[in-house]
Design a binder for this molecule. Structure first.
Ligand code: ZN
Length: 227
């Protein structure tokens, strides 16, 4: 069994004699531990493994995994113009143009904000932050994302992982991908490895390929404890 199959709430260091209570279903006294191979974990009612640790479980339906899950999708596009800073994922990118928009026009944070709101069924970024509102002019898009996260967390949701793609013909984003990933992880409150950032060109066709615009897609998974 790989440790990757073990839910974080259950996976921790155990010692002989520890009492464990995974998700209020099983209350077991640990009598033997072969760490990290918890398939050999023994409990007081005879040798048995904890079912939630079964690698065949997808974590969605098992009685020890009392979580609801929701997935959300986000997309955003902004035009490239001169005289604007280029900010993607909260990271300043060196380029001779930037993205036009009411706020700082951060395509990636806008797409992620929409994905977060969408997963919780809370509409989109335009509902929450209209571009007609002067208060949003020039705003750091991290503020939009933080506000969206506050709303979903208020409903009990928390992000599980995030994947996204940035579409830009130029500049090359490879040198920035790690910084963008780190900043997004920090903003969303996830470990670095739970956030993925991909970059694509427009293959020199369409508005992306002609360097008229950049866009971003994002998908996020939220979960909350079932009531
Ligand atoms: Zn936008």
């Amino acid at each position: 069994m790989s440790s990757g199959a073990i839910p974080p709430a259950v996976w921790r260091e155990f010692s002989p004699g520890d009492r464990i209570r995974p998700r209020r279903v099983l209350f077991a006294r640990v009598t033997a531990v072969s760490h990290p191979d918890v398939a050999n974990l023994a409990v007081s009612r005879g040798l048995q493994t904890i079912p939630a640790m079964d690698p065949r479980s997808n974590g969605m339906e098992h009685p020890l995994s009392n979580f609801e899950y929701r997935v959300g999708l986000g997309h955003d596009t902004h035009r490239l113009v001169t005289g604007r800073a280029l900010i993607i994922g909260g990271v300043r990118i060196e380029f001779d143009r930037g993205l036009d928009g009411h706020s700082d026009a951060d395509i990636l944070l806008h797409a992620i904000t929409d994905a977060v709101l969408g997963a919780a069924g809370l509409g989109d970024i335009g509902d929450a932050f209209p571009d007609t509102d002067p208060a949003n002019k020039g705003l750091d898009s991290a503020i939009f994302l933080n506000a969206a996260l506050d709303r979903v967390k208020g409903l009990g949701w928390s992000p599980v992982n995030l994947d996204c793609t940035i579409f830009a013909q130029r500049p090359k984003l490879v040198p920035y991908k790690s910084a963008i990933r780190g900043r997004v992880a920090e903003l969303v409150g996830l470990p670095f490895e739970s956030v993925n950032v991909k970059a694509k060109t427009g293959e020199k066709v369409g508005p992306i390929g002609r360097e008229e615009a950049m866009s971003a897609d994002a998908i996020v998974l939220l979960r909350r404890a079932s009531s």
